[in-house]
Write a protein that binds this ligand. Structure first.
Ligand code: SME
Length: 148
């Protein structure tokens, strides 16, 4: 696990303004995680997931809860890795370059409040180490989201 990276994220999240903290977190991850073409947040608003801070090409702004990888991670309440998004029936393609995807749910008091979505142009980009890393990153972000 990349402890330095986690400490850097922790420092970025230690910012009074939540939105500013999330913006810098996506920028930092976009620069420091290899072979990704998009990273960003979707937050639960009513009956859909709505786009939050991100880095990469412009993306779908509203996601239904019954379609796509983000919604699947939301419903499962667990980290999802899709090695080939073209094999995932309801995958929503925002950037045609994307071939694999990892989504980590952000959970506060057992409720999913949103997801962090990471896309890669490589097939099978995300391995077990990445899963562990993004689980840890998701936890840090969830803690930050849990207060003002
Ligand atoms: N691929 C996602 C949609 C979000 S974009 O990748 C930024 C999905 O299937 O839920």
């Amino acid at each position: 696990m990349n402890k330095t990276l986690l400490l850097q994220i922790k420092a970025l999240l230690d910012e009074d303004d939540k939105l500013a903290a999330l913006c810098n977190t996506t920028a930092f991850l976009y620069e420091n995680i290899k072979d990704i073409n998009w990273i960003g947040f979707y937050f639960l608003k009513g009956e859909e997931l709505v786009l939050g801070p991100f880095q990469g090409k412009i993306a779908c702004t509203h996601l239904r809860l019954d379609r796509g990888v983000c919604a699947f991670a939301y419903r499962q309440k667990q980290l999802i890795v899709v090695n080939n998004v073209h094999d995932f029936k309801t995958h929503i393609a925002c950037d045609a370059a994307t071939n694999s995807e990892l989504v980590v749910p952000l959970i506060i008091n057992k409720e999913v409040v949103g997801v962090l979505d990471i896309d890669s142009p490589l097939l099978g980009r995300f391995n077990k180490d990445d899963e562990q890393l993004f689980e840890a990153i998701g936890k840090l972000i969830s803690v930050r989201l849990s207060y003002k």
